[in-house]
Design a protein. Structure first.
Length: 372
């Protein structure tokens, strides 16, 4: 039987699923709110995540992902805010030319859009959905259009409108931490005096009232892209001292001033870094976690990715788990037998995988910041 699958949200998980279903000749359409480029920050890719991307994507698209990735990160080291070393963790280079250690979010999304053409429909902001008498589901969009399918996949991210409509009680918990995420061109940081030992590894700084991560995104030789660092400053909102209604309205330039002010007493090599952040790529966000991760119950509406399991950035896991969800959901949707049973099994698997990732991300966050 031919199934029609509506995917709400053309982000990482939704686009992976679209590729996977298309390769299995399943009728799939992605309804995406807007044709807005993704932010330019680094995404760590785990071996399980890379395997899931490989499973979902046609070989040329996966090849483009590899070609635009960072192959290797030289481990991790932790310091206090005066750059006194705490510990370090080496990650020996296995020399694998196809290793994928990290990707740029915006580039990954562009790669994932390759070849999907009219499968992705823009300007389709999900508003509501209802079950149809035939057991399917009809989605309605804010532009007045609607579409019907056998399955609706909520892949619309951490602020999922589908979740708000379908599972209104499943609100991710605010962990109390506010992150200011920014981008620093690598050449500018190095010219500005970034110490050698911080250049090619993940630097973690755990201070008394804030923590900070500096993560290199160094493209492969020959890639037409500028190397950079993703800089993530985290503080509990009480320690940050900027009310949410002010913080989330600040421009990138004003956020840079907050960073410079809150790190004024830090080691000059750390404090000086914030001079180089790009205001246009600087924004604040709240760290949240889906605790617990819950299945969405029986029926043709199922979640995927952040919509089901929002987690703090600390684990570098959300995109990887979204890709794993996509691979698992494809398997469920093409399995012979009852669709309802396959979807129930998919959701059990998603809850197990999502719970493990959320718990690990929260555990890692708790190691370097004060959580509510
Ligand atoms: C600074 C930062 C660093 C991160 N680092 C990592 C990392 O190192 N490794 C990692 O694995 N993960 C990381 N993550 C998390 C990762 O980006 C997410 O987990 C991942 O993008 C989730 O994929 P998704 O498909 O569920 O949602 P998204 O990629 O967020 O996609 C959701 C899509 O739905 C669309 N949408 C939203 N609402 C609607 C609507 N009403 N109607 C239609 N469409 C809608 C959005 O426009 C978007 O395109 C990081 C996140 C941030 C912010």
């Amino acid at each position: 039987m031919t199934r029609r699958v509506l995917v709400i949200g053309g982000g990482i998980g939704g686009l992976c699923l679209a590729h996977a279903l298309r390769q299995s000749d399943v009728d799939v359409v992605v309804h995406e709110r807007a044709a807005v480029p993704s932010p330019r920050h680094r995404l760590r890719i785990t071996p399980d995540g890379a395997a899931a991307f490989r499973a979902c994507l046609p070989p040329p698209v996966f090849g483009a992902l590899v070609a635009t990735s960072m192959r290797y990160t030289n481990g991790m080291a932790a310091y206090d805010e005066q750059l006194v070393p705490k510990w370090e963790h080496d990650d020996p280079d296995d020399g694998d030319p196809d290793r994928v250690d990290a990707v740029d979010h915006r580039t990954l999304r562009e790669v994932l859009l390759t070849g999907l053409g009219e499968i992705v429909r823009y300007g389709k902001e999900f508003a509501r959905a209802e079950l149809t008498p035939s057991g399917g589901v009809r989605a309605h969009f804010r532009d007045g259009a609607s579409d019907e399918g056998d399955v609706l996949v909520a892949a619309d991210g951490a602020d999922s409108a589908v979740r708000a409509a379908w599972r209104p009680a499943d609100v991710p918990r605010d962990l109390g931490v506010r992150a200011i995420v920014s981008r620093i061109p690598m050449a500018r940081a190095i010219k500005g005096g970034l110490p050698d030992f911080m250049r090619d590894r993940f630097t973690s700084v755990v201070g008394a009232a804030a923590s900070f991560g500096l993560l290199p995104m160094e493209f492969r030789p020959g890639a037409d892209a500028e190397d950079y660092y993703t800089a993530v400053f985290n503080a509990h909102r009480d320690d940050l001292g900027v009310p949410d209604d002010v913080l989330f309205g600040l421009s990138g330039g004003a956020l840079r001033e907050v960073l410079l002010d809150r790190t004024a007493g830090w080691h000059p090599d750390l404090h000086g870094l914030f001079e180089h952040v790009e205001p246009a790529e600087t924004h604040a966000l709240a760290l949240r976690a889906s605790v617990p991760v819950r299945p969405w119950g029986q029926g043709p509406v199922v979640p995927l990715g952040d919509a089901a399991h929002t987690m703090p950035l600390s684990g570098g896991a959300g995109a990887n788990v979204a890709a794993q969800d996509a691979a698992a959901l494809r398997a469920a949707l093409v399995a012979p037998g009852l669709l309802s049973e396959a979807l129930a099994e998919y959701q059990s698997d998603l809850v197990r995988r999502g719970t493990a990732a959320v718990e690990e991300s929260v555990r890692l966050a708790a190691g370097s910041m004060r959580l509510d």
